[in-house]
Design a protein around this ligand. Sequence first.
Ligand SMILES: NC(=O)c1ccc[n+]([C@@H]2O[C@H](COP(=O)([O-])OP(=O)(O)OC[C@H]3O[C@@H](n4cnc5c(N)ncnc54)[C@H](OP(=O)(O)O)[C@@H]3O)[C@@H](O)[C@H]2O)c1
Length: 313
Amino acid sequence: MALTNGSTNGASNGDASSATNSISNPRFLIWGGEGWVAGHLKAYLESQGKDVHVTTIRMENREAVLAELDRVKPTHVLNAAGITGRPNVDWCEDNKETTIRSNVIGTLNLTDACFLRGVHCTVFATGCIYQYDEAHPIGGPGFIETDPPNFKGSFYSTTKGHAEAIMKNYSNCLILRLRMPVSDDLHPRNFVTKISKYEHVVDIPNSNTVLHDLLPASILLAEHNETGIYNFTNPGAISHNEVLTLFKNILQPDFTWKNFTLEEQANVIKAGRSNCELDTTKLTKKLKDYGYEVPEIHEAYRACFERMKAAGI
Ligand SMILES: NC(=O)c1ccc[n+]([C@@H]2O[C@H](COP(=O)([O-])OP(=O)(O)OC[C@H]3O[C@@H](n4cnc5c(N)ncnc54)[C@H](OP(=O)(O)O)[C@@H]3O)[C@@H](O)[C@H]2O)c1
């Protein structure tokens, strides 16, 4: 990794010059500071006693971004900013320019500004750029990091796919592809909360990201100045019904739900929804180098719900 201007930022940035060197006193700056994933990152880093700062500066505002980097002097930016749409990604279909401004122009601008300042940039990206196909059927091989995106059904996913294709050329950039993130609570953005509140749910196996397992891994990779793209989910795939069955058995015995088909789902959404399994071989192999293991998704869900039960949720 070419962190050319490292000496101008952060007292401890000087030895961040190779892809596998860690630095002793990283300073983290979380972008999109008021977002859901950002909040979890901040809490995790604080629990580890790390030097962590947050910002809400708009990513597309080049001068303000550079000024913020010069003010805070991070060694590592964690980019958890982006437009995801409210109440959901359907919003992006009707607000394309705003979505582009954040997810393409802004995301690239922040990565480029970090490059100019010699700062490592971890991007919390998405794996919702694929859908099952003939070469990657349900239960078959998952998509690997070099597979070109094949999901064209949603403008949100389109912007994410395009930004990633350019960003991956930056030598300071680590791209982590999350999918359907799961937290240890019932926050409205938690995938489990979402599907437990829908009137009907489809039942398809998907890769999921249990934040409890993956956020520490993101910091491990960032601190070691890893770069490139990683599918950033627990290994394996789990269906909606399997998730809800575990939820019912461990947390809410009286919970019930109704399924519907993909065709029926298409009648109530504007943008398509990605369904796919990501291959996590690259991630698990890399994390093994650092002595870190990510549990298989069924095991991870069970542990997540048990933690919630123990916490009285
Ligand atoms: N949650 C998911 O299901 C999921 C799945 C896979 C990947 N991801 C990715 O993970 C990242 C974080 O997701 P999240 O769930 O934490 O989303 P979130 O709760 O909506 O947080 C995103 C934050 O980014 C901010 N933001 C948007 N555009 C910005 C810009 N141009 N400059 C600076 N800040 C901007 C938003 O602020 P405003 O509200 O003020 O715009 C918001 O605070 C996103 O990039 C998302 O695509 C999320």
